[in-house]
Write a protein that binds this ligand. Structure first.
Ligand code: FAD
Length: 444
């Protein structure tokens, strides 16, 4: 059997076959979705390898191609669409030990794919620099995992998401008997970004970085959720206030945030912010205008130390809500910024607090956009689909997080180009097979 041959090639201890390890390294946060949980809970690799060098990755790829064994690449496994779950067994290739920061220059950081974003950010801040964008999971998530499985996060209010020119280049390995290393930049990177690692193994990336800002963190509390959203929109558009995070949660979502409990007031919706501290006065004035009140501040010197507001934003808000009630899941939605309150009212009238609102203000292609991750109480797949259809019927676009199929979750991916790149770089369809619909075997 091929596992024995792989052990001969790499050394027995390198090929991990214990059931517990295979299960752990085959799973990500797919259980965010009760639908994905049912579809993917039995899926698992035949073995896992934690690669320590690019040469070793090359050896494994050449072996896999020769023996027609599937490979699924894994970073920290924090993706929440089951992206990193192998559908057809084979090898899980954990790249977290490819963790070398190769070079930090004035405006770029060149790193191996397994570098944790938290480690990179810390390193950069010590040198007076910072990342442009990172997910709220940055303490664990890897550069390669973010590029291939993520979209945006902290910083996206200023710099947009992964498609907005924040990456200079990516180096990928092809899945051929003689693997090649290709370095791509510009538009070609779109066949690698958020592609669930289906067109090549990212081994290195160069990210654009910025001079560091002294960020203070604030919670602004509101009696009315609509005022919280209006305030956030005004703040997002206010060029005089430099910000890294504008995250809005409707009550009762904040009631599930244990670490913040003593700083929150019952019934109040909150906006969580990272702001250039020099703009504090302007922030206070703006908050007042919208009947909000700054109720908590984490000073600059405690930035990214201990309690961090980003731990309650983006999909962390869903995580805390889910911890409170296991039947809680979420959607990814794009409201029409000109009809946002009309759309929210229609949804509230129809579903009451079965759907609770959460927005992350970001900039997409230069335009301020309220991206939404509404939390919802899950009853059944039929009910979930009914809610999705209703959102769409009132003009809210859904990026469905309840599918592992690439291209079905939204994000306007260039699927034709991704499919063509896959045929070129992975001619035997061995890399994370089943995630691109046209290559998919039926998964039940
Ligand atoms: P993994 O989950 O390991 O992998 C993600 C995908 O990329 C998989 O398909 C995997 O096969 C592939 N892959 C990984 N490494 C490579 C590589 N080197 N080469 C090729 N393919 C590779 N996402 C956001 O965008 N923004 C957020 O703010 C955010 N917040 C989150 C909060 C929580 C609590 C959770 C659970 C998830 C959140 N996510 C968010 C999703 C996820 O954490 C991020 O996208 C993260 O960057 C994924 O990194 P990872 O190293 O864990 O990748």
């Amino acid at each position: 059997m091929w596992i024995k041959q792989l052990m001969e090639l790499l050394g027995e201890e390198k090929v991990l076959i214990s059931e517990a390890v295979k299960e752990r390294l085959s799973k990500d946060y797919y259980w965010y979705s009760p639908v994905l949980y049912q579809q993917l809970k039995e899926k698992r690799a035949d073995c896992a390898v934690q690669s320590e060098s690019i040469d070793e990755v090359r050896k494994i790829v050449a072996f896999a191609v020769k023996n027609r064994v599937p490979i699924t690449v894994r970073g920290a496994g924090t993706g929440n669409y089951g992206q990193a779950i192998p559908l057809e067994g084979g090898i899980v290739l954990d790249v977290t030990k490819l963790d070398h920061i190769i070079e930090i220059r004035e405006a770029t950081a060149h790193v191996q794919a397994g570098v944790k974003l938290g480690v990179l950010e810390k390193n950069l801040r010590q040198q007076g620099k910072e990342l442009r964008i990172y997910p709220s999971t940055y303490m664990k998530a890897t550069v390669g995992g973010f590029l291939c499985g993520g979209s945006g996060g902290i910083g996206s209010i200023r710099w947009g998401n992964l498609w907005d020119g924040n990456i200079q280049s990516i180096t990928v390995m092809t899945i051929e008997e003689e693997p090649q290393l290709l370095t791509v930049s510009g538009e070609e990177m779109e066949t690698y970004i958020h592609n669930y690692g289906t067109t090549g193994i990212v081994v290195e990336a160069t990210l654009f970085i910025e001079p560091k800002t002294d960020w203070a963190q604030y919670i602004v509390s509101f009696d009315e959720f609509q005022k919280a959203v209006e305030f956030s929109d005004a703040l997002a558009h206010n060029e005089a206030i430099i910000k890294r995070l504008v995250s809005v949660c409707e009550w009762p979502i904040p009631s599930h945030f244990p670490g913040l409990k003593k700083f929150l007031q019952d019934g109040k919706s909150i906006v969580m912010l990272e702001i250039d501290e020099r703009a504090e006065e302007k922030l206070e004035q703006l908050a007042k205008e919208y009947h909000g009140e700054i109720t908590f501040k984490i000073p600059v010197e405690n930035y990214q130390k201990g309690l961090k507001l980003s731990d309650f934003t983006w999909n962390h808000a869903t995580l805390w809500a889910h911890k409170h009630g296991e039947n809680i899941t979420y959607l990814q939605a794009r409201f029409d910024k000109n009809r946002i309150f009309e759309q929210m009212n229609a949804i509230r009238m129809k579903y009451g607090f079965e759907v609770q609102f959460h927005f992350e203000f970001i900039k997409i292609k230069g335009e301020i956009t309220p991206a939404s991750l509404p939390v919802l109480i899950y009853q059944s797949e039929d009910r979930l689909n009914e809610i999705i259809n209703y959102f769409e019927s009132v003009g809210v676009q859904i990026n469905n997080p309840h599918t592992y199929l690439l291209g079905f979750g939204g994000y306007n991916l260039r699927m034709k180009e991704i499919e063509n790149m896959k045929k070129k770089n992975d001619p035997f369809n061995l890399l994370n097979p089943g995630k691109i619909p046209s290559n998919k075997e039926i998964v039940q």
